[in-house]
Write a new protein. Structure first.
Length: 119
């Protein structure tokens, strides 16, 4: 199983960014997908999750109303649209897949993509 996250970068506060995570080696449409983030020295934290069919989505309070998770099962890809970015959103963002869980711990993890938001 491979989860390849991409789309990170350096942006200014208030900007938008979309992360993508392409999955392979699994039946993507049967997996719940999640986004997590981690800052050096801190624990990895939940950001957003979407169930296998896309019908239910969940968000951390810190990103609710600014971030949107979505998926395209035909493309085996999950997205994280991030709007109104803040410096505190700076982190390495990871995508993850699990057959049953929506929160942590997930079974499969990607390699992460860095998002840096400057003030």
């Amino acid at each position: 199983v491979q989860l390849q996250a991409s789309g990170g970068g350096v942006v200014q506060a208030g900007d938008s960014l979309t992360l993508s995570c392409a999955a392979s080696g699994l039946t993507f449409s049967r997996y719940n997908m999640g986004w997590f983030r981690q800052v050096p020295g801190k624990e990895r934290e939940f950001v957003a999750a979407i169930v296998w069919g896309g019908g239910s989505k969940y968000y951390a309070d810190s990103v609710k109303g600014r971030f949107t998770i979505s998926r395209d099962n035909a493309k085996n890809t999950v997205y994280l649209q991030m709007n109104s970015l803040k410096p505190e959103d700076t982190a390495v963002y990871y995508c993850a897949a699990d057959r049953f869980k929506l929160m942590s711990p997930y079974h499969y993890w990607g390699q992460g993509t860095q998002v840096t938001v400057s003030s």
